[in-house]
Write a protein that binds this ligand. Sequence first.
Ligand SMILES: *Cc1c(COP(=O)(O)O)cnc(C)c1O
Length: 376
Amino acid sequence: MNSKIWLSSPHMGGTEQNYIKEAFDTNWIAPLGPNVTGFEKDIESYLKEGSHVACLSSGTAAIHLALVQLGVGLNDEVLCQSMTFSASANPIKYQGAIPVFIDSEAETWNMCPNHLETAIKDRIAKGKTPKAIIIVHLYGMPAKMNELLAVANKYSIPVIEDAAEALGSTYKGRQCGTFGDYSILSFNGNKIITTSGGGAMVCNTLEKKENTIFLATQARDQAPHYEHSQVGYNYRMSNICAGIGRGQMEVLDKHIGLRRSMNTFYKEEVFNGIKGVNVFAEPNQDLYSNHWLSCITIENDAPFSKDELYNKMLEANIETRPLWKPMHLQPVFKNALYYGNNTSEELFKKGLCLPSGSNLTQKDRDRILEVVSCLK
Ligand SMILES: *Cc1c(COP(=O)(O)O)cnc(C)c1O
């Protein structure tokens, strides 16, 4: 049997272990140290725009601490993109708050500005002004930030930007992860770069960064003994993990180039000329996607169905996966409010994610091509 081709697997650059060795040599085996500080600096200079980065144990922890700092609490409402990974929405529940889900638009598959405004007006009319808006850049595709931020600003509602999948993507030349009142990144094993597990909060002031670190390290007040006046969390990143991250930053742009070339491969070689199959790509020049995952939608007039392609790939030991199932369709959120017109449901029905890693070989590409040529 051929080895498994994954959607997205870790791809080391080669220098990661030097940073880890240094941590061992200097005994910085702790959730702080030179790699943590160094990794934060690396991300700050990559993102620019005066960003201040706090490395955390996961992207989910970052979303949680963003909600905590925005004062989201019991029975507050938070607007969240429905089509996303559950980690975008779960922290709303951690706070005892209420998620209200917003549909996507068809161009970027991210939050629709019109549905967002409809939802805000309706929630305000019902006496429940939303406390925050969680916007996601799915699969690395930037959301329509100008339009979304205009709505958020009009009603003075803070934005949490979930850029977990979008490190290195840009919107009008500006890095994703620099648009929110709080923005978050993830370095989980399947993301564009990995620290084995980890995340970061990107802040637009040093004060927010310092407060994030304070909360992430058990909220210890200034005192010789342990003194606490707030509830704290144990959410800081390990200095070992951060070492992996520093090595990964050295190859980030190269790996984005390779992911983008996978997208070109699907567009120009695999699905070129196949009726009813569309490779998801930027709708215009303002958006630049890291193409973390390459995705397709399959219409009814295509020569094969989504399930056929999925099963043929599975038989060939190639992983594919349906798009994110919208949160308002998930059993865990079945009673949640939803504003939209079924764009995300439609995408979920007809879309598939394809192997997209920066470490895929020509032989892997040939195997993928082979499966599709037998179907068309
Ligand atoms: C991966 C991911 C997260 C969560 O990040 P973790 O580091 O795995 O906690 C949040 N949102 C989106 C959209 C993601 O893809």
